[in-house]
Design a protein around this ligand. Structure first.
Ligand code: GLA
Length: 381
């Protein structure tokens, strides 16, 4: 596989790369819309990765090519990189080089060629995979010694400030810091993380992603509006972040808020509690106990946070009706993917039932992707 990547690199840039890096997409088990509220999340890195063949240049040019995007090489001058100047896929890798420079680290030009198996536009963090592959490669090639959490923050800075996407840090932390066979328990405020064993197979279970293949246009603006709603609620409650509200303080807080903000706050507070519950179960080896937690998270995202849509609701309902222990929409929402936890011997039947339900509703056939908890960004050659 890496031979093909080297051949493609030679065809695009000439010669040989100095090395090959890989960074994964991610799926979040629990803890949705909590990262920008200083809270907790529990993502898993996917086996699907973006691979990057890279070689430094001494003339300050950043030359980018992607097997998926195709087209001519995107040729940029590192010294001229400014937020907003690049608007295509190239904004993610270029943004990382810009963010490293902004943070005062050694950077420079490079020839980069990407090839990815992370589905794009599905909410599985293909952009974080691009960013984290570049961050990791620059860390190695320039001997920056930054380490995975710092590289994730550089990648998030690239996405926020250079590409203009107001995301939290979960996706980049997952792509950068995950470990094989584990979920990543993130505490965003503390800036810390812990690997929690996650091995559904060993418990006779499967975790399946149902990619509904829909994205609703409200996506971006709606995400920013939800963030703004959370910030407004904090201002009214006199809190630094919704992370500071515990479930038993919720009734009082709700009485202090206008009706439109109450469900937002309710989701974030209960979702943080669900992360803690899920982590406790996983640490005790009770993977099946995640099922009911996924179901209540879906209800919360559908009814309180309102980021579900008919396709993701149908995927959840049909998965549960076909025997899943639990299912929920995952990622930012407004389409994208659902995860379902199911007994291994029912997984196939469940997948077929969800597909049949989609056909019956006249929706596009969903893609089913089995999840194995994979490692974060790394050098592979
Ligand atoms: C998107 C963002 C993340 C996070 C999730 C919701 O994936 O990129 O930072 O906010 O939505 O949990």
């Amino acid at each position: 596989m890496n031979d093909a990547l080297r051949t493609a690199f030679a065809a695009v840039h000439g010669g040989r790369p100095e090395g090959i890096w890989a960074a994964p997409g991610r799926v979040n088990l629990i803890g949705e819309h909590t990262d920008y509220n200083d809270g907790f999340a529990l993502p898993v890195a996917l086996a699907q990765t973006t691979r990057l063949a890279a070689r430094r240049r001494t003339d300050g040019r950043l030359r980018l090519h992607s097997a998926q995007a195709g087209g001519p090489v995107v040729d940029l001058a590192v010294a001229d990189l400014t937020p907003g100047a690049v608007t295509t896929w190239a904004a993610y890798p270029a943004g990382v080089v810009w963010a490293l420079g902004e943070a005062g680290h050694r950077t420079g030009g490079a020839d980069l060629h990407f090839d990815s198996t992370v589905p794009t536009g599905a909410g599985l963090s293909s952009s974080a995979a691009l960013e984290c592959a570049v961050a990791r490669a620059y860390d190695d090639l320039h001997g920056l010694g930054l380490g995975p959490p710092a590289l994730a923050r550089i990648a998030q800075r690239a996405e926020n400030a250079f590409a203009g996407v107001p995301c939290g840090v979960m996706d980049q932390m997952a792509s950068s810091c995950c470990a094989a066979g584990a979920a990543l328990h993130l505490d965003v405020r503390a800036g810390s993380h812990e690997h929690v064993p996650f091995d559904p197979e060993a418990a006779g279970l499967r975790l399946l992603i149902v990619d509904t293949r829909v994205t609703h246009d409200l996506g971006d603006g709606a995400y920013a509006a939800l963030r703004a709603g959370c910030e407004r609620a904090c201002a009214l409650l006199g809190l630094a972040a919704l992370r500071d509200l515990s479930p038993d303080q919720l009734p009082r807080a709700e009485r202090m808020l206008p009706a439109r903000l109450r469900p937002l706050v309710r989701h974030v507070v209960t979702e943080n509690a669900r992360v803690a519950e899920a982590v406790a179960h996983l640490k005790a080896g009770r993977v099946a106990e995640l099922g009911p937690i996924l179901n209540s998270a879906h209800a919360s995202l559908r009814d309180d946070y309102r980021v579900s849509c008919p396709e993701t609701d149908l995927a959840v309902d049909s998965a549960v009706a076909a025997g899943a222990l639990g299912a929920r929409i995952t990622g930012g929402g407004f389409g994208g993917c659902v995860i379902a936890l199911v007994a291994a011997d029912r997984a196939e039947q469940m997948g077929a039932a969800v597909t049949a339900a989609f056909r019956g509703a006249g929706y596009r056939e969903p893609h089913l992707i089995p999840v194995t908890a994979a490692p974060g960004a790394r050098r592979i050659e």
